[in-house]
Design a protein around this ligand. Structure first.
Ligand code: DGP
Length: 126
């Protein structure tokens, strides 16, 4: 188990493979702490994924075990990418799915940046 109660990190997950350069991605930005690239199945005109460099399953995992500089550096890159994509004035959404009920498909902590259209309600109505 990871600190979040989710399964342990799987080194074969697709984002781990992107980080190792085994699978290509459309890179948007990169720092020593994180990589930002376009989602393969975009849900909005701008749909970028930001992933920390390292073996983190969830936000709990990342925040509990990553060095402080990486936690800060990760969130800085998220904000910088949103601004660089021209979303600051129009507004945008950050989203992170965690675990089964959260709908997480790729078990490497990541933040989605959505923008470029009116995004509607936060979550589908019950
Ligand atoms: P999530 O449900 O939050 O785990 O979303 C995972 C996202 O990852 C989903 O929007 C599709 C995207 N994705 C999956 N495989 C790839 C890939 O190989 N390349 C890229 N760029 N995105 C991928």
């Amino acid at each position: 188990m990871s600190v979040s109660g989710l399964p342990p990190y799987d080194d074969a997950n697709i984002f781990a493979r992107i980080l190792r350069g085994e699978i290509p991605c459309t890179k948007v930005a990169e720092s020593e702490h994180a990589l930002a690239f376009r989602d393969i199945n975009p849900q909005a005109p701008v749909h970028v994924l930001v992933i920390p460099k390292g073996r983190y399953v969830s936000a709990a995992d990342f925040c509990a075990t990553a060095p402080e500089a990486q936690v800060a550096g990760f969130w800085r890159l998220v904000a910088e990418v949103a601004k660089a994509e021209g979303l600051e004035a129009r507004g945008y959404r950050l989203l992170t799915n965690m675990g089964d009920e959260g709908g997480q498909e790729v078990p490497h902590f990541h933040v989605h940046i959505f923008g470029g259209r009116r995004l509607g309600r936060m979550v589908p109505q019950m």
